[in-house]
Design a protein around this ligand. Sequence first.
Ligand SMILES: C[S@@+](CC[C@H](N)C(=O)[O-])C[C@H]1O[C@@H](n2cnc3c(N)ncnc32)[C@H](O)[C@@H]1O
Length: 452
Amino acid sequence: MTTTGTAPEILKAMATETEQKENDEEEANIRCQKKPEEALEAKSLPGIISAYLNYPEAAEENLKKWDRSYQKLSPAHKALVPHFPMKLQRLRRCISMNSHFIFNMLQAFEPSIDLSQHMREPLTETLSIEELQRMEDHGSLKNHFVDTRINNKTCGYEGGQLNHDHVSVTFSSHDWLDSSLQTHVPLVDVDKVRWVIRNIVRDWAAEGQIERDQCYKPILEELDSLFPDRQKESPPTCLVPGAGLGRLALEISCLGFISQGNEYSYYMIICSSFILNYTQVSNEWTIYPWIHTNCNSLSDNDQLRPISIPDIHPASVGVTQGFSMCGGDFVEVFNESSQAGMWDVVVTCFFIDTAHNVIEYIETISKILRDGGVWINLGPLLYHFADEHGLENEMSIELSLEDVKRVASHYGFVIEKERTIETTYSSNPRSMMKNRYYPAFWTMRKKCAITT
Ligand SMILES: C[S@@+](CC[C@H](N)C(=O)[O-])C[C@H]1O[C@@H](n2cnc3c(N)ncnc32)[C@H](O)[C@@H]1O
């Protein structure tokens, strides 16, 4: 992994025009140095774009399957649910609205490689069998997890600047959006696209407010009370590894911190970049996140209900200058010596159990915090690489909470506050089934420098 200068490759999601120019130069320098990373991007991105492009077809396949089952009913049984064909038609309209959103999102995406060339190449190596297997398993068993490891790469991604004139944005040639270039999309990737759509509700819809109040509010309140005298001239710095779709990092910025989200899934990055950088007005888009399953619905109308996104206009909510999103693997990006002691706070929310080696995460968090800095964590220990069939060679260190705390203490952390929170994760508020989590919520302070 290559990083440049003192900072990892960063998307300045919100910047002044002057800053933007400086960033452009910096990004140009970065681009010059990232050939090997571009190769990795070339390897993973086409599969992800294909998965997004494939969304309408995959969704239509589902409808056909449901229709085939319906057609097998006897006339008497059919007569009991006569509205079913109409429901399929309504679902088709919902799919086309979701596709509309996805297509606009892809149009705004500016990859740093010439994708049209790569989209024509066979995607045989996009994801390893083990990875596909892992994702399949997570899809069914551990439903708070979506990831596409971008092959350990630090991905710079470029987006527009907030407050830009949307109409004047000129997209570079997007012939890679030609759906005829899309290749076979594994089912697991189809699921990842649907998972991102669900995650949009958690981060960017009014309906996600309950979950945000459960997960993000305690963190924001804690930050507020720990840093009561935040100065506009020198705001405290906060890193949010595993930032998902970016809402928590944005909220932290609005609170008066220089906030940076870090995320390694291109599925997430493409979507958060679109919402953060290209939103014109709140509730600009309508999506139908709950249409992909008929299970546990109270009614068809519940299943087909529209969700307006985003619930806020990110450019108008008053972010603190310096808000950014940084792509790449947390450990790889932030283990750079330039990052040591750089942060006042690290906030992890539903993140630490994404590690192959949670000790490495804790070590990195300790390293990048200044002495006296704080680590706020909220999350379960549903280790993502645990119990994975076919992944016997994948490392997965699965520590109990007690051991996590012991390791943290070794790296200089002292617990200041600790409690349990009750919450859901990306669940449909109107579903008859909701997974409940009882994650640990703690504040730890790094007491002294640690030599390892
Ligand atoms: C369960 S989600 C939580 C997202 C967000 N914090 C929230 O609470 O909604 C975990 C996120 O961490 C990301 N992630 C996993 N491993 C990562 C790594 N090593 N570096 C950066 N991000 C990672 C995943 O892609 C995913 O978006």
